[in-house]
Design a protein around this ligand. Structure first.
Ligand SMILES: NC(=O)c1ccc[n+]([C@@H]2O[C@H](COP(=O)([O-])OP(=O)(O)OC[C@H]3O[C@@H](n4cnc5c(N)ncnc54)[C@H](O)[C@@H]3O)[C@@H](O)[C@H]2O)c1
Length: 266
């Protein structure tokens, strides 16, 4: 049986860890050739090895999503190898927590450069590759529940994720007007167990006495805020991304796919 994204070429940024890794593996399982890009080369290579180990196709490229030249290089490499791009998952991101009064301008700008500028650059340099084929494409931008509602300790992060949400809808309209067959949607994860929480909340590892371990913090947040009563895992987001990447969602653009166990409903 053919996979749900059989023969497609997919790029996943931040694909070496967490949700990006989950997306890369799920897309590869369903037949896509996956380009895994990240700052973390060792982990990126591990993801490629895992995908190849299960019979899938993938390759890794070092990539800083804040650099326009890096995006030009990634797009050129994909064009040279495959001639086109079908799926872009703009996933790379960081989270910096704390009061706005304590946040430095350089941290605010660094977070925005990765979470929002990186998404802009990804869209800008991927659309021409997608237009190389009349079949169009699917762009999936990783926002967050923090792009839908405010958080007292994540103002800068919420600003980037809210920006991703409306940027997505605007590009969706631009592509729809162009009738280029490119659909653009955002995904809004809730509390998902990944290493990003180590930087948002502190790790609780030896030497960090101020915080309990990550799992404990997430369990407490989940008990308080998630109606389904459990935290999510990268595969929960990857399944939604796979659907948006596939033809099953061919009539969906400019939409927000919220995967949060009901957190934003409560
Ligand atoms: N985990 C959650 O609960 C959650 C919830 C909502 C949204 N998100 C979003 O999901 C996305 C993935 O996060 P995650 O939870 O998997 O975190 P993660 O830390 O496990 O993975 C993020 C990846 O992005 C990479 N990255 C960071 N800066 C980069 C840069 N400049 N260029 C290229 N790669 C870079 C990191 O090296 C890392 O591999 C992020 O956009 C995050 O904001 C996560």
């Amino acid at each position: 049986m053919a996979g749900r994204v059989e023969g497609k070429v997919a790029l996943v940024t931040g694909g070496a860890s967490g949700i990006g890794r989950g997306c890369a593996e799920r897309l590869a399982q369903e037949g896509a050739t996956v380009v895994v890009t990240d700052l973390q080369d060792d982990k990126g290579a591990q993801v490629v090895a895992a995908i190849e180990g299960m019979g899938g196709k993938a390759w890794h490229m070092h990539h800083d999503v804040t650099s326009e030249q890096a995006w030009i290089d990634v797009a050129a490499a994909i064009k040279a190898k495959h001639g086109r791009l079908d799926i872009l998952v703009n996933n790379a991101g960081i989270g910096i927590s704390g009061s706005v009064l304590d946040m430095t301008l350089s941290d605010f700008q660094r977070q925005t450069a990765i979470n929002l500028d990186g998404v802009f650059l990804g869209v800008k340099h991927s659309i021409p590759l997608m237009r190389a084929e009349p079949s169009g494409g699917s762009i999936i931008n990783m926002s967050s529940v923090a792009g839908l509602k405010g958080s007292a300790i994540l103002a800068g992060y919420c600003a980037t994720k809210g920006g991703v949400r409306l940027f997505t809808k605007s590009v969706a309209m631009e592509c729809a007007n162009a009738k280029d067959g490119i659909r653009v949607n955002s995904v809004h994860p809730g509390i998902i167990e990944t290493p990003i929480w180590d930087t948002i909340m502190g790790t609780g590892e030896p030497g960090d006495n101020a915080r309990p371990p990550r799992a404990q913090v997430l369990d407490a947040m989940t008990a308080e805020g998630v109606p389904l009563g459990k935290k999510g895992y990268p595969e929960d987001i990857a399944n939604g991304v796979l659907w948006l990447a596939s033809e099953e969602s061919r009539y969906v653009t400019g939409a927000e796919l919220v995967i949060d166990g009901g957190l934003t409903v409560k």
